[in-house]
Design a protein around this ligand. Structure first.
Ligand code: FES
Length: 124
């Protein structure tokens, strides 16, 4: 089955080089204490059940993303998305994958490692 369209960059690849699925996202769900009490566990379970393996690998993490009061928070390919409602979590991830809301130079576009470095510079 050919899943490519004429505008799809994969259409220019030889048939044997086109992967079945490209762009599987990694979604990390903060289950640290503040996100946990704000519904992080429901977000995690809804994402695990609602997203296919081709769409995303959903991982529970206990590292805090440092936006605790805005939780529950998730990181989609290390871009942090805050205030995810459990019942809207699946659609929110799909929306972010289709049309990322993070600005190129915005805080949300930075990886968790980058944010750690920023915090290290601010807090000695
Ligand atoms: S507890 Fe989730 S961001 Fe801090």
């Amino acid at each position: 089955m050919d899943a490519t369209t004429p505008n799809d960059p994969r259409a220019r690849l030889p048939a044997h080089a086109v992967p079945e699925s490209i762009g599987q996202a990694t979604v990390k769900v903060c289950l640290h204490k503040d996100c946990l009490v704000r519904g992080g566990e429901d977000v995690y379970h809804n994402l695990k059940e609602g997203l296919s393996k081709e769409e995303a690998l959903v991982l529970p993490v206990t590292e805090c993303f440092s936006f605790c009061k805005e939780g529950p928070n998730i990181a989609i390919n290390d871009n942090i998305v805050r205030g995810v409602k459990p019942f809207l979590a699946v659609e929110r991830v799909r929306q972010e994958l289709r049309d990322p809301s993070c600005k190129a130079d915005g805080l949300g576009s930075r990886s968790i490692s980058d944010l750690d470095n920023v915090l290290d510079e601010i807090v000695p």
